[in-house]
Design a protein around this ligand. Structure first.
Ligand code: PXP
Length: 248
């Protein structure tokens, strides 16, 4: 695989959201994950939230068993989640902030304020071989702190950029994009691997995909939504095509 290749991680949380709307087992996130793999996903991302509003513990057990591509396990920095991650040892663990009342992960993690605690928290995960990623805003202070605590990867929160695009705030969108560009480059210069995600769509993906320092995008809500209209396989393939085009 060339150095320039941009990986696509497909987040399947919202297949579980639809399932949980009715209880029961349908639609099955594991089936969606296998389909995503076949459509070209380079990894599967799942967020086990403390309130289990979408992905369940059994989903994580199942994903660990059935996946041929790496699992990126998103979780809050809690003892309960750390135990689960240490038991499964997924390929990657992405530490995200979590508030019960939020609809989705609204901002990046405050690493700079909690450096010591987070350094201790991620050390055992690294010891068992998980690649630890920290989900943060495009903010130099947070990137430096993520580097100091020993994270190998940062994932930059693209939500503010995507929201500005969706709401037609073009100047802000350009500013957010510029911050993402500058901070991708800064993080890369520290030796961190750079990922990005949150809120990305066909309309917003290409400018981010074009940053050469970004190695992986994690995309969920839009792809699961678009699969209602196109089917999951074509929805993912179109995202892949746009990413490749941006990268060419
Ligand atoms: N990356 C992280 C760290 C996330 O928390 C999420 C949302 O769960 C995503 C990427 C994907 O965001 P979206 O579902 O908006 O594409």
């Amino acid at each position: 695989m060339s150095d320039n290749y941009l990986r696509l991680g497909v987040n399947i949380d919202h297949v579980a959201t639809v399932r949980n709307a009715r209880g029961g087992a349908y639609p099955d996130p594991l089936r969606a994950a296998k389909l995503a793999e076949e459509a070209g996903a380079d990894g599967i991302t799942a967020h086990l939230r403390e309130d289990r509003r979408h992905i369940s513990d059994a989903d994580i057990d199942g994903l660990m068993e059935v996946l041929s591509v790496p699992l990126n396990f998103e979780m809050a920095a809690t003892d309960e989640m750390q135990k689960i991650a240490l038991r499964h040892k997924p390929h990657a663990v992405c530490i995200v902030p979590e508030k019960r009342e939020e609809r989705t992960t609204e901002g990046g993690l405050e690493v700079a304020r909690e450096e010591n605690k987070l350094a201790h928290f991620i050390a055992p995960l690294r010891d068992v071989g998980c690649r630890v990623s920290i989900f943060i805003a495009a903010d130099q202070r947070q990137i430096e702190a993520a580097h100091r605590i020993g994270a190998e990867v940062i994932e930059l929160h693209t939500g503010a950029y995507c929201d500005a695009c969706a709401e037609g705030r073009t100047e802000e969108a350009a500013q957010e994009l510029e911050s993402l560009r500058a901070m991708s480059s800064f993080a890369h210069s520290l030796g961190l691997e750079v990922h990005a995600g949150h809120g990305l769509t066909y309309d917003t993906v290409q400018p981010v995909a074009a940053f050469p320092e970004v190695k992986e995008l994690n995309i969920g809500h839009f792809l699961i939504g678009e699969s209602i209209f196109l089917g999951l396989d074509p929805a993912i393939k179109e995202m892949r095509r746009l990413m490749d085009e941006a990268r060419a």
